[in-house]
Design a protein around this ligand. Structure first.
Ligand code: NAD
Length: 492
């Protein structure tokens, strides 16, 4: 179903800007097909975008919150109308099945609406009367925000930043990933058109653009989602001018299956399997390792394989029965395969799951058949690294102390899930080092835009979603007004 390639543009000060240099984005299901071209912006373009955002901030910061909400709601309605086309574009450039792409748009709009509904209470200033007079506590915008996003969820991880930043009076320069630049550019175009020029700018490119966005003195805050290694570069680049930062980084989330888990619960098994392999395993907040109590291990693996063989159907993202599409890019295929090969060389057993819907397409695209990996050592690379692809080690454990220690020795702590009797699962969850722990569910059901999301340890700094995710785009300003002037104390 090849269509003519589209070309997207940068947006600087409300204007579409094209560049001589463009980067093609291929369809991962059929890499010979070019879905579209994104500009490759220079550092100079990036500085212009930052300057435009800086100029726009001057008046946007004092705009009425009601006006910001009204404009954002108009943008939401325009996005809603565009979803059928944009979700298809996202599927083609990304590789995620259409149902998955539509789900990404749905959660994005849900969040944007939540941010519109709650921004007023977040920025509401407070006046406290006290014995010395009164104090005003206001929540002011920070300034120019650089938003840098990855390829796995380009729409939701951009709108998670755009909505609260702009609603609280900041301006923004957004830089998406070159591995999924097209649909998000259309989204930015739609949103930007509803706001004064310069409020939302868009540039494309790689690390050089990223370095400008994270070091320029007129950038006040960085909102980054991506890998932990990249974040370390960003922290260094930002250190010269001490920028505010929200960092949503990698994870090595665990699912812990306690002795009380019912392996015959088909609904739970379906949730586990699909959660593990949704978006071909390229989600920060899904299990990358599963620990099963030894008493259940063999039966669990058997039932897991049965459920996986039923629900995992790999193929064309537009095929109505397909649940898992290709991996987003060839580099990721090679990386995930290298972890699987390494595990196999160490003696692990690799078991393929599900079925391949169209073997000819499978050979052409960046497809990987999902696998579970058994017989790993607790510290094998496939267990301790973030695979970010369709493979999953399943390991046995003997007691709660051991599994909690195994969980917590990771450098990461994004999300986790615990499965079993509720009181046992909550007891274990309380001792787990993670930003979110889901009880008897995983992935999408465990994510709720009303509550803060983010990681501990090297999985991140700060929170997105929830009131916290809106507040993180504000600075607290305290204005003290004493009733009477007090003389300063000095020795007479
Ligand atoms: P990445 O770190 O390679 O790239 C992310 C973004 O950073 C891209 O736009 C990239 O162009 C840009 N970038 C690269 N070098 C830069 C630099 N030096 N300065 C500034 N920007 C730079 O990540 P990715 O491969 O696109 O995404 C996968 C990673 O994202 C995984 O580790 C995954 O766990 C993580 N992720 C985390 C969350 C979360 O909420 N915690 C969500 C999704 C993805």
């Amino acid at each position: 179903m090849a269509t003519e390639p589209i070309t997207v543009h940068a947006i600087i000060n409300g204007q579409p800007i094209s560049t001589d240099k463009k980067q093609p984005r291929e369809n991962p299901a059929n890499p010979e097909e070019i879905v579209g071209y994104a500009p490759v912006n220079s550092r100079e373009d990036t500085v212009q975008a930052i300057e435009a955002a800086y100029q726009a901030f001057g008046s946007w910061k004092t705009s009425a919150v009601e006006e910001r909400i009204e404009r954002m709601r108009r943008a939401i309605e325009k996005l809603r109308a565009a979803i059928p086309d944009l979700a298809r574009l996202l599927s083609r450039e990304h590789g995620k099945p259409l149902y998955d792409a539509e789900g990404e748009f749905a959660i994005s709009l849900m969040w944007m609406e939540f941010a519109c509904d709650h921004v007023k209470e977040v920025v509401q200033e407070e006046v406290r009367q006290h014995e010395k007079g009164k104090t005003i506590i206001s929540h002011d915008p920070i300034g120019v925000v650089s938003a840098i996003t990855p390829w796995n969820y380009p729409i939701s991880l951009s709108t998670i930043k755009i909505a609260p930043a702009i609603l609280t009076g900041n301006t923004m320069v957004l830089k998406p990933s070159p591995f999924a630049p097209l649909a998000v550019s259309k989204v930015a175009e739609i949103i930007s058109a509803e706001f004064p020029p310069g409020v939302l700018n868009l540039v494309h490119g790689e690390a050089d653009v990223g370095v400008e966005l994270t070091s320029h003195p007129k950038v006040a805050k960085i909102a980054f989602t991506g890998g932990t290694k990249t974040a370390k570069h960003i922290i260094k680049a930002a250190s010269e001018t001490i920028k505010k930062m929200t960092l949503e980084l990698g994870g090595n989330d665990a699912a812990i299956i306690l002795p009380g888990f019912d392996v015959n619960d088909e609904r739970a098994m379906r949730r586990l399997v699909i959660s593990n392999f949704l978006t071909a395993g390229q989600i920060c907040m899904i299990a990358k390792r599963v620990y099963v109590h030894r008493s259940l291990y063999d039966e669990f693996v058997k039932k897991y394989r049965e459920a996986a063989d039923k629900w995992i159907r790999v193929g064309d993202p537009f095929h109505p029965q397909v649940t898992i599409g290709p991996v987003n890019n060839l580099g990721q295929v090679k990386y995930v395969q290298s972890l699987i090969d390494d595990a196999q060389q160490r003696g692990a057993e690799v078991i393929k799951l599900g079925k391949v819907v169209d073997p000819e397409l499978f050979e052409r695209g960046y497809f990987m058949q999902p696998t579970i990996v058994l017989g790993c050592d607790y510290h094998d690379p496939i267990v301790v690294e973030e695979q970010f692809g369709p493979t999953l080690p399943i390991l046995p454990f003997d007691d709660e102390e051991q599994v909690i220690a195994l969980h917590n020795e990771s450098i990461y702590g994004l999300t986790s899930s615990v499965w079993g009797k509720e009181e046992d699962a909550i007891r274990v969850a309380r001792r787990i080092e993670a930003g979110t722990t889901m009880i008897n569910t995983a992935a999408v059901q465990g994510l709720d835009v009303r509550f803060p999301f983010g990681g501990v340890k090297q999985s991140g700094v700060g929170r997105e979603y929830g009131l916290e995710g809106i507040r993180s785009y504000t600075e607290t300003h305290v204005i003290n007004i004493p009733t009477e002037l007090e003389l300063p104390y000095i020795p007479e």
